[in-house]
Structures are given as structure tokens and as C-alpha cells.
Design a protein around this ligand. Structure first.
Ligand code: HEM
Length: 129
């Protein structure tokens, strides 16, 4: 069940990030305090835009999905969507940079996993695409 729904789970993760990012944007607008705008921007751009594109790519090439690799990619992406903005917040508000450093590497891993899938579909015979 979960394996069959992997693209949709990416989209669900993305939609939850969008909700968090938009709530943060509304709160910044209401308070006129824009200090944490990079946290807002990355919640939307890492969490919503990038992860939704991952999900749409998997959805478009469902038959090429390797369940174990895509499940790991989902976990790494979802963890990054949470830890990257949290790490930025810690750095901007307390000068604590260790989490953002770790989360950046985690996000790099998610991007490499995406690259691996795109290479996989690029190398598939054209009539299978
Ligand atoms: C209801 C929805 C949203 C609200 C109310 C909102 C509000 C804001 C506010 C108040 C700022 C700071 C502006 C300033 O510094 O003068 C901002 C910056 C930004 N927002 Fe949003 N936003 C929303 C949705 C989005 C979405 C969906 C994205 C991306 C897909 C996005 C990306 C950004 C970016 C890239 C910045 C600039 C960050 C920076 O300068 O460091 N926002 N937004």
C-alpha cells in the first residue's frame, strides 16, 4: 500500500510543508517581523516546491520506481524539510549552526537520490518512458 502510494506521500509531505511555510509567511506579514524570512523561504522552496517536484517525477515514471530506494528518498526528503528550516531558525536566532550544517548534508543526499532516479529514467529505453 505505502509502496504504491510513494509519489502521493511525497506530495502529501510537500503540501504539509506548504501549509507550514504559508502560516509562517502570514505570521511575518501580521507582525511585520521579517527576521526569519529565510526559514519561511526554505520551508516553501525545499519543503513544498522541491519535494512536490520529486513526487511529480515519481508519479510520471511510476514503473521505474525501486521501492526501497524511493522509500529511503522519501524519509531523507521529509527529514530535510523539517530539519533544514529548524536548523536555519537555530542559526539565525541563537547562532547555533550544527543542525543546519547536518541538515544541508541531508538535503544534498536527497538531491543526489533525485539525480540517481532521473539518471535511471533517462537511461531507460525510450518506449518505456
Ligand atoms: C500566504 C502565503 C505567503 C505569505 C503571506 C508570505 C509572506 C512573506 C513575507 C512577509 C516575506 C518577507 C518579505 C520582506 O522581507 O520584505 C516573504 C519572503 C519570501 N517568501 Fe513568502 N509568503 C507566502 C508564500 C510563499 C511561497 C509559497 C513561497 C515559495 C514558493 C515564498 C517564498 C518567499 C521567498 C523566497 C522570500 C524571500 C526570503 C528572503 O528574502 O530571505 N513565499 N514572504
Amino acid at each position: 500500500m505505502v509502496a504504491k502510494r510513494l509519489p502521493e506521500l511525497f506530495l502529501l509531505t510537500a503540501a504539509l510543508s506548504l501549509l507550514a511555510g504559508v502560516a509562517m509567511g502570514l505570521s511575518m506579514g501580521a507582525t511585520h517581523d521579517y527576521a526569519l524570512r529565510p526559514v519561511h523561504a526554505h520551508t516553501n522552496l525545499v519543503g513544498w516546491v522541491s519535494i512536490a517536484l520529486f513526487g511529480l517525477t515519481y508519479r510520471g515514471y511510476r514503473t521505474h520506481i525501486r521501492t526501497s530506494a524511493a522509500t529511503l528518498h522519501l524519509f531523507v526528503s521529509a527529514a530535510s524539510a523539517l530539519l533544514f528550516p529548524l536548523g536555519l531558525w537555530l542559526e539565525l536566532s541563537m547562532g547555533e549552526a550544527r543542525l543546519i550544517a547536518a541538515a544541508s548534508l541531508l538535503w544534498l543526499l536527497a538531491c543526489l537520490q533525485y539525480l540517481a532516479f532521473v539518471v535511471r529514467i533517462t537511461r531507460a529505453p525510450a518506449d518505456e518512458a
